[in-house]
Design a protein around this ligand. Structure first.
Ligand code: ATP
Ligand code: MG
Ligand code: FE
Length: 345
C-alpha cells in the first residue's frame, strides 16, 4: 500500500510517503534551533513551529515522491504519545486531508512507529522480535509479537529516559542541546573507563525486582557530583572522559538488558528504535554482544532513528496491509498513549 505519514509529536514536523517498505519521501523540518536557548523543547514554541512547517513539509514530500495525497491509499498520523499541542497540529492536518480526499485515516502510536521504521531499511519483521526503544522521552523493552497488532511492554525506565539523561548530562558538561549527539562526539576523544559510574538496576535485589527496567537518575546525579568535585578542586572538567564514561554506563546497561531479554524470551532477534539508537557506542555494544549470543540485530540508519514521517507511514502501511480498521475521523490525541495501543480506535 501507498501511505502518507505525518509526525508532529515533539519538535520535528515530519512527512513521509512509503509504498510498502519502500521510502518514496522523507521530509523533516525541525524547530530544534528555536529551543536551544531554552535548553529543551518549549511546547508552545514547538506547536507554532509545526503550524508554520506543516504545509511546506507536505509539499516537499510530494515533490520528493512525485505524487500527492490524492494518490495514496491511506493517511497515518502520530496521535500519541507526545506534547498535546504539537500532536494536535499533525492530527488536524491529517484529518483535513482525509476528509477532503476521502482517505482512510490511522491515528498511530509514535513509539510503535519508532520500532516499525526499521522495516523500511531491513524488510518486514516476519517473526516476533524484542525491541529496545530508546528516545528522548521513553526507554522501553518490548516484546513485539506482531507490529500491527500485538506489542507487550516488558519493562521501562523508572525515572529518566535514556535520551533525557544524555540531554541533562550534556548540560552539566556545558554542551549544547540536544545533548545526545554532542556526547556521542565528545566521547570519541575520551576514556570510557576514566570514571566508574553506577549502572542502575543491574545487580542483586534491584535486578531481581526490576529485571527489565532501567534507571538513569542516579547516574545523572553521580555525573553532577563528579563535575562539582573537579570544580571544587580547581581542575578543568575532563569533558571527553566524563562523556565517554557516562555514555559507556548507559549503553552497557541498555545492551545487556536487551540481549538478556532476547535470551530469556527465546527470541533471537533484536530491533533498536528511537533517537538514542543513533548512538555509536550503543550500536557497537549491541552488535558485539548480540553476535556473542547468536542474536540477529536490526538497527535503522540514524536519519530514521530520530522523529520523522516515514516511520509513521511505515506503521500505517503495515496496518493497511494487515486489514486493520482505520481510526474514526474524530480521533483524539493522547499525550500518554501506551505502546500496547498501536492504533487509535
Ligand atoms: P519520544 O520518542 O520518547 O517521544 P523524542 O521523539 O523527543 O521522544 P527522539 O526524536 O526519538 O525522541 O530522540 C531524541 C533523543 O535522542 C534526544 O534525547 C537526543 O539527545 C537523543 N539522541 C539523538 N542522537 C543521539 C546520539 N547519537 N547519542 C545519544 N542520544 C542521541
Ligand atoms: Mg526531536
Ligand atoms: Fe520520538
Amino acid at each position: 500500500p501507498l501511505v502518507l505519514g505525518i509526525e508532529s509529536s515533539c519538535d520535528e514536523t515530519g512527512v513521509g510517503i512509503v509504498r510498502g517498505t519502500e521510502i518514496l519521501a522523507h521530509a523533516v523540518a525541525s524547530s530544534v534551533e528555536e529551543h536551544v536557548r531554552f535548553g529543551g523543547v518549549v511546547p508552545e514554541v514547538a506547536s507554532r513551529a509545526h503550524l508554520e512547517a506543516m504545509v511546506p513539509t507536505l509539499e516537499q514530500a510530494y515533490r520528493q515522491a512525485g505524487l500527492d495525497v490524492r494518490d495514496v491509499d491511506a493517511i497515518a498520523v502520530t496521535c500519541g504519545p507526545g506534547l498535546t499541542g504539537a500532536l494536535l497540529v499533525g492530527v488536524a492536518a491529517a484529518k483535513a486531508l482525509a476528509l477532503a480526499h476521502d482517505k482512510p485515516l490511522y491515528g498511530v502510536n509514535h513509539l510503535a512507529a519508532h520500532v516499525a521504521v526499521d522495516q523500511l531499511e531491513h524488510g518486514r519483521f516476519g517473526e516476533r522480535v524484542i525491541a529496545l526503544l530508546v528516545s528522548g522521552g521513553h526507554t522501553e523493552l518490548l516484546l513485539v509479537d506482531d507490529i500491527a497488532t500485538d506489542i507487550t511492554m516488558l519493562g521501562s525506565t523508572i525515572d529518566d529516559a535514556a535520551g533525557e539523561a544524555f540531554d541533562k548530562v550534556a548540560r552539566l558538561l556545558g554542551l549544547p542541546y540536544p545533548g545526545g549527539p554532542e556526547i556521542d562526539r565528545a566521547a570519541r576523544d575520551g576514556d570510557p573507563t576514566a570514571v566508574a559510574f553506577p549502572r542502575g538496576l543491574t545487580t542483586g535485589r534491584d535486578l531481581e525486582r526490576y529485571r527489565w527496567d532501567f534507571s538513569f537518575s542516579g547516574l545523572k546525579s553521580a555525573v553532577s557530583r563528579h563535575v562539582q568535585h573537579e570544580q571544587r578542586m580547581g581542575r578543568p572538567v575532563p569533558v571527553a572522559d566524563i562523556a565517554a564514561s557516562f555514555q559507556d554506563a548507559v549503553c552497557d546497561v541498555l545492551s545487556k538488558k536487551a540481549i538478556a531479554a532476547c535470551v530469556a524470551h527465546e527470541v533471537p532477534r533484536l530491533v533498536l528504535g528511537g533517537g538514542v539508537a543513533a548512538n555509536g557506542r550503543l550500536r557497537q555494544y549491541v552488535l558485539e554482544r548480540a553476535e556473542a549470543a547468536g542474536i540477529e540485530v536490526r538497527i535503522p540508519p540514524p536519519s530514521l532513528c530520530t522523529d520523522n514521517g516515514a516511520m509513521v507511514a511505515a506503521l500505517g502501511a503495515e496496518l493497511v496491509a494487515r486489514g486493520v480498521s482505520p481510526s474514526a475521523l474524530d480521533l483524539p490525541v493522547d499525550s500518554g498513549m501506551p505502546v500496547a495501543q498501536i492504533v487509535a480506535a
